[in-house]
Ligand binder design. Structure first.
Ligand code: FAD
Length: 598
């Protein structure tokens, strides 16, 4: 039976027929791997996700974690699934051999993790956060921090969190007030409150490793004064055993619309409930240098942003497959050509409007998955670059694609979930079917890891203009390469190439026009619209890439790719024209709206 979580056929196409991940094994880092090891881990992930994660997805949603003022209770299936995940050595998939990892390409790791997010976002939230945390420490932490915290995280004994947000500082991290006071022994004591912390409290593991942004008194104002600390729930003794309880406590759980299986917490640091070493204050260990915390955290946030995009895609993908299955079995109505009321009803997939909704979903989720994997491959190229040029090229392109890879799936795979509900009709609106939960779960993705609006400002205000427009140029170059390949193939591919080239040239021209008059306020006012137009051009490009890879190949799978690509070019890409017109006009409707007029 075909999985309704993800399509392995699609993953194989993307990984092997398009992105040539086998080619990565020519690089030293991946030399021990082969198609067999990649297939083996993909099979394993599908099995573990199907057997341990998917079955309790609804249960997790209906029975969210509770807090009795002392302890958090989570349904036992979560621990069983996470235990299976850890025992299969999946936490270390992409980490270095020297940390006990399997050193798989990040691209393969991304494909693997998508199975878990599609099966159960709530439960997969814990390893998601832990991996981001461990990655950051490997990159910026001392050997001691790595030995003490990363190794137990990769063994599944500790889980990690990221503690950035505070009640008064969400999008604006410059305004955090949590402080870290230095002590003579080289440690710090952390005082303050953090809001929204996912995985912030539970008893799933022996310990929780919080990565906390805080300000050291006397440091520079704003983001330049932010430092990063490891604050464990329990202190760790020098022999690695669990020590005293640290002064970080759960103030309460947030009750969410979706994503209910992951605890979401308000944490108090240093309120004096515990007194490690005889004094109040949460013991923290500085990561790297003082005042560079936000830069380190951005390392994690960039990967987390790719992960959030992947999460949105995975939820969109499973919703699509479930609505496809439903549409094939639900009989309702007859063909508009049938005049006979006694004729049997047809499966709803026979209706053009239902096919429209399925094609829209297919074009969104397959386009988004391809974009996520493409970006992951750029991460691999960055890590294993054989020349400075290769590294800087991959970095420039990844920089500009990251806000899109986070936001586009969060917007359009959420729309896919909405269409999946629509395909189910009234049944889709009930909790008996899965799709309403996928929609609620997915609604988080445009909010966390930088809201949609923040991603728009990042794309237009930073990425599109940074280094003299180097990232924008890198994107233009990659896109032109694809158009050239499509032109060479001729026929329909060449026609799509012409449409893409025209739209992308307009996008580049509009970007320049927006800044030409020096009215930054007007240019930035519609940065979310810019993000959306830019995103559609990126995904049209990614679709053309896929169609070139599928060129000349026959069979239902490839015909389906071609039809979904066609759909995207005919129904979606043209949506950018009025958006680009609006952007070019530096429209001030939103800016000129007066607060009193609402
Ligand atoms: C379920 C969940 C899990 C989370 N997990 C974590 C976690 O593990 N760790 C963590 O640190 N945080 C976490 N967060 C916090 C999350 O990252 C923030 O909610 C997010 O950054 C937005 O901050 P805010 O909620 O304060 O909204 P605000 O920053 O108040 O934003 C409200 C609205 O105003 C807009 N806005 C804000 N500033 C500007 C501006 N300058 N220009 C234009 N528009 C603006 C935003 O785009 C948004 O639409 C989580 C949040 C949720 C809901």
């Amino acid at each position: 039976m075909r999985s309704t979580l993800l399509s392995r056929r699609d993953l194989d196409f993307l990984l092997y027929e398009w992105l040539d991940v086998e080619g990565l094994t020519a690089r030293k880092r991946f030399a021990d791997h082969s198609r067999e090891t990649f297939d083996g881990v993909l099979d394993l992930c599908e099995q573990v996700a199907t057997k341990y994660f998917a079955p309790h997805n609804k249960l997790n949603d209906a029975n969210e974690p509770t807090f009795d003022g002392d302890r958090v209770t989570i349904i036992p299936e979560v621990a069983t699934a996470l235990d299976a995940f850890a025992k299969a050595d999946l936490l270390g998939m992409t980490f270095d051999n020297r940390f006990g990892g399997a050193q798989l390409p990040f691209t393969v790791g991304t494909a693997c993790f998508a199975w878990f997010q599609a099966a159960n976002v709530g439960t997969s939230g814990y390893p998601f956060l832990t991996l981001g945390n461990a990655n950051l420490l490997v990159e910026h932490g001392s050997e001691e921090l790595i030995d003490t915290y990363v190794r137990p995280m990769l063994d599944g004994r500790f889980f990690g969190t990221m503690c950035l947000s505070e009640t008064q500082a969400g999008s604006s991290l410059a305004d955090i007030v949590t402080r870290a006071e230095p002590r003579d022994d080289g440690t710090y004591r952390v005082f303050g409150n953090k809001m929204w912390i996912s995985g912030g409290d539970h008893e799933l593991t022996e310990n929780i490793v919080h990565l906390v942004l805080a300000k050291i008194p006397g440091g520079p104002a704003g983001t330049k004064g932010i430092s990063l600390f490891v604050v464990p729930r329990f202190l760790v003794n020098s022999d690695g055993s669990i020590g005293e309880r640290n002064d970080v406590v759960l103030a309460g759980l947030n009750h969410k619309m979706g994503f209910r299986g992951t605890t979401n917490t308000v944490l108090n640091f240093g309120e004096g409930r515990y007194t490690p070493g005889g004094a109040a204050g949460a013991v923290g260990h500085l990561v790297g240098e003082p005042h560079r915390g936000l830069a380190y955290m951005f390392h994690m946030m960039n990967e987390a942003r790719l992960g959030v995009g992947l999460c949105a895609t995975s939820l969109g993908y499973t919703g699509y497959l479930k609505s496809l299955e439903y549409a094939r079995s639900r009989e309702q109505g007859r063909s508009p050509l049938s005049k006979d009321p006694s004729a049997a009803q047809v499966p709803i997939i026979g209706h053009a409007d239902v096919k429209r909704m399925l094609l829209a979903q297919k074009s969104y989720v397959e386009g988004a998955l391809a974009l996520n994997l493409y970006c992951s491959r750029l991460v691999d190229l960055q890590h294993t670059a054989e020349s400075d040029d290769e590294r800087s090229g991959a970095t420039a392109l990844l920089d500009i694609l990251t806000p899109v890879a986070k936001s586009w799936p969060s917007q359009w795979c959420l729309e896919a979930n909405s269409l999946a509900i629509q395909v189910h009709g009234g049944y889709g609106y009930t909790r008996e079917y899965d799709v309403e939960q996928h929609y609620r779960d997915n609604r988080l993705n445009p909010i966390h890891e930088g809201t949609h609006g923040i991603q728009g400002m990042d794309l237009l205000g930073r990425k599109a203009v940074q280094n003299g427009g180097a990232s924008l140029l890198a994107f233009g170059g990659a896109l032109s390469g694809t158009v050239a390949a499509a032109t060479e193939r001729g026929g329909e591919l060449a026609e799509l190439g012409v449409a893409l080239q025209a739209t992308s040239q307009r996008l580049l021209a509009v970007t320049a026009e927006m800044f030409a008059g020096g009215d930054i306020e007007a240019a930035m006012a519609n940065s979310s619209i810019y993000l959306e137009a830019f995103g559609h051009v990126v995904v049209a490009w990614i679709w053309l890439e896929q169609l070139v890879a599928a060129d000349g190949k026959t069979g239902d799978f490839y015909d389906g790719k071609r039809q979904a690509g066609r759909y995207f070019y005919r129904y979606e890409l043209p949506k950018t024209a009025p958006q680009l017109d609006l952007l070019a006009s530096l429209d001030r409707t939103t800016l000129d709206m007066n607060d009193a007029w609402f």
